[in-house]
Write a protein that binds this ligand. Structure first.
Ligand SMILES: [Zn+2]
Length: 193
């Protein structure tokens, strides 16, 4: 779950050594300030990790919290709108998949009611619920790491974006970060057995 508190009023440079809840606290809300708009916070610069690496770090954080390891990041241009992890257990909410939480957070931050021109990075192929939300939110592009042969709904299962009933199909790029995501998932589910 995104930590939305955000303590300070200044925007320190964000580096990979920052814990990601703190990283998100740095991002969140800063986009609304002058500092955020003109400065470093909320922007992905070359010194920072990629959105998929951030999503993978969040997936790892999820596993540490006993959640299925899935992380999601929504980016508009160079600005991170949302960076969250799976929180189904924590919120006792079966709809609290990382993508759903990321979409809600990005909508809140953006305030436009849609996410046109925004890209989602998620560590696991979205399920039917999340794929539906992605289509409704009109995300431009979806990058996902690992395929989900059981519950995936993009390149597996119902292949939602290919259905005639789907009014908006984002561009889909699969594979970046797949190895690390698969390792996280394997380790997590092996631990449950
Ligand atoms: Zn889902």
């Amino acid at each position: 779950m995104a930590a939305t508190g955000g303590s300070g009023t200044t925007a320190p440079p964000v580096c990979t050594a920052t814990p990601h809840s703190a990283l998100w606290a740095t991002f969140s809300g800063k986009g609304e300030t002058e500092e955020g708009r003109g400065g470093h916070a909320g922007a992905i610069c070359s010194a920072m990790i990629t959105p998929m690496e951030l999503a993978l770090d969040l997936a790892e954080e999820a596993a540490g919290a006993g959640e299925a390891p899935v992380g999601a990041v929504i980016v508009e241009g160079g600005r991170v709108l949302a960076a969250v992890r799976n929180s189904m257990r924590e919120l006792a909410d079966p709809t609290a998949h990382a993508e759903m939480l990321a979409i809600r957070e990005a909508l809140r931050v953006r305030g436009t009611g849609r996410l046109d021109g925004c890209d989602l990075y998620v560590t696991l192929e979205p399920c039917a619920m999340c794929a539906g939300a992605i289509a409704h939110a009109r995300l431009r592009r979806v990058y996902y790491a690992a395929e989900d042969f059981k519950a995936g709904a993009v390149d597996n299962g119902v292949r939602l974006f290919s259905q005639p009933s789907c009014h908006h199909a984002p561009e889909v790029i699969s594979g970046p970060g797949a190895e690390r995501s698969e390792a996280l998932l394997r380790r997590f589910f092996a631990g449950l057995r």
